[in-house]
Design a protein around this ligand. Structure first.
Ligand code: GLN
Length: 530
């Protein structure tokens, strides 16, 4: 069985196509189907790895080391699946595949064109996961009408024609804006958007309307009539207090039944609403933990999307509300501001900007025994901090920031050459590490071996491990006895730095042990210090 759900968007971007698709995927999972999601992004970048987080949010890393769009994080968290290279596709990557083929002479002298060569490659990728799951949900990025999105829409049209009607369900996500002056919701942008889609040859089966106000029956009827869909296939998607409430909101509108009807699917098991109940139980909590995230992109939460999710998920598991503030590492008042927080997290990053501020934040956390979690660059900064301030290696640095430092506590290692990297000079994707007994890491993970995702070039320099141990910074985990993976300080309530990115592993029902430990330490700190 290979069934496909296509999700396109119209009117404006950022309507939550990914969340809509993932919510429907969740419902289908609860009916017993194996579901996965694929993203098709029309931009020319081969992958989002080099894109500025200001424009594109965080780079989500899959276990196989693919640098992807943050939507894949949403797919993984909602569906509790693992995504990989096959789940992420960009125009750049698709064109590159076709051009490589052309260079090899595979097209036998033919003129290589958007139709059929690019569209054929897109169609091939639409069905990449068909043998692994019952239903593939395909999200096409951008909005209908974008020039660069056209080959994807055309490929979707062809795909529809080449497959059985009952194998494809097409969903269009649009905006129904509220005009305050007229006290009215407006359907015209939706009508235009669907017209545009139908011009291309795709007639949606369902329209999901993002709206700030309820859509009444007459409005739904109007949209149904103008957009050529059944009335019950006009679905309201109101802003929700949590994205995890959306599957239930769709369930209440029978979205799952409508999809299964058209796809001629019978539920594989009795629908289990325990997921909804659990999500609802998250509710509101009176306990609060205040977390400061000290990073470069203070005003852009999306740049730290998985960290934000991980903190919230961990807090919920401890019946706590996490109040998370993103503080700019370059803020002169940073340390003063940190006094208002129960726990401090320094996330990953690239480049020099803000590094000294991050180090100051770590000094503050270490000296004042505030729970600290350092992730990737945050871990590297904690090594620099301890080297400078406890081991008295005043110019200790990472060679990323100061190549000629006398004390390169973080650098690109010769040992790295023996570790086979997937990302060229970058260590990307999942790697195992072995944890030492009687360490905080071991206590949190309750395991001697873990596997976590990486995305970095530099490593802690093993030459300094002994020196730093003497002043209290221990390496509690290694990859293959060579690369330090976790550092911690013992006489501190919670001070841990990890070379990897634990934030990609959190799921709403499965908080990550490091984040759970961190939030718990924040709660304890609140009790003991304040
Ligand atoms: N810039 C550092 C490195 O390349 C850390 C990267 C990160 O935090 N993801 O090693």
């Amino acid at each position: 069985m290979a069934k496909y759900i296509f999700i396109t968007g119209g009117v404006v971007s950022s309507l939550g196509k990914g969340i809509s698709g993932a919510s429907i995927g969740k419902l289908l999972q609860l009916h017993g189907f194996k579901v996965n999601m694929l993203k098709f992004d029309p931009y020319i970048n081969v992958d989002p790895g080099t894109m500025n987080p200001y424009q594109h949010g965080e780079v989500f890393v899959t276990t196989d080391g693919t640098e992807t769009d943050l939507d894949l994080g949403t797919y993984e968290r909602f569906l509790d699946v693992y995504t990989s290279k096959a789940n992420t596709n960009t125009s750049g990557d698709i064109y590159r595949t076709v051009i490589d083929r052309e260079r090899r002479g595979d097209y036998d002298g033919a003129t290589v064109q958007v139709i059929p060569h690019i569209t054929d490659e897109i169609k091939r990728r639409f069905s990449a996961l068909k043998d692994e799951c019952d239903i593939s949900i395909i999200e096409i990025g951008g909005t209908v009408g974008d020039i660069e999105g056209l080959p994807f829409m055309e490929a979707a049209r062809q795909f529809q024609l080449e497959n059985k009607k009952e194998d494809i369900f097409s969903i269009h996500v649009t905006l129904v804006p509220y005009i305050a002056g007229a006290h009215e919701l407006k359907t015209k942008p939706t009508q235009h958007s669907v017209n545009k889609l139908r011009e291309i040859g795709i007639s949606p089966d369902m329209i999901i309307c993002r709206t700030e106000h309820h859509l009444d029956k007459s409005l739904k009827r109007k949209i149904a009539l103008f957009c050529n869909v059944k009335e019950d296939c006009v679905v309201e998607a109101m802003d929700a207090p949590s994205i995890y409430y959306i599957p239930e909101a769709f369930y209440n509108q029978k979205v799952d039944t409508l999809v299964m009807e058209k796809l001629k699917l019978n539920p594989k098991k009795k629908f289990d609403n325990a997921w909804f109940i659990k999500i609802k139980s998250f509710g509101e909590f009176s306990k609060i933990v205040k977390v400061a995230v000290v990073g470069k992109y203070a005003d852009l939460k999306d740049a730290y999307k998985s960290i934000d999710e991980s903190l919230n998920i961990a807090a919920i598991a401890l019946k706590t509300k996490a109040e998370i503030d993103y503080l700019g590492a370059e803020d002169n008042d940073l340390v003063k501001k940190l006094k208002n927080y129960d726990a401090i997290l320094v996330p990953g990053g690239f480049g020099n900007r803000g590094v000294e501020g991050k180090i100051r934040a770590i000094t503050y956390a270490r000296e004042n025994k505030i729970p600290f979690l350092g992730i990737c660059l945050g871990m590297q900064c904690s090594v620099i901090e301890v080297a400078r301030n406890l081991a008295n290696l005043k110019d200790a640095n990472s060679t990323e920031f100061y190549e000629d430092t006398k004390h390169p506590v973080i650098k690109i290692l010769d040992e790295q050459k023996n570790v086979k990297y997937r990302g060229g000079t970058m260590r990307l994707g999942s790697y195992k590490s072995q944890l030492k007994k009687s360490t905080l890491a071991h206590k949190l993970y309750k395991s001697s071996e873990i596997e976590e995702r990486h995305r970095h070039r530099y490593e802690m320099n093993p030459e300094f491990v002994e020196t730093l141990k003497k002043v209290g910074l221990y390496v509690s985990a290694y990859h293959k006895d060579v690369l330090p993976e976790i550092v911690e300080i013992k006489n501190h309530p919670f001070f841990i730095g990890v070379q990897f990115h634990p934030e990609f592993g959190s799921r709403p029902m499965k908080p990550h042990p490091l984040f759970e430990g961190f939030i718990n330490a924040g709660l304890l700190n609140k009790k003991t210090i304040k």
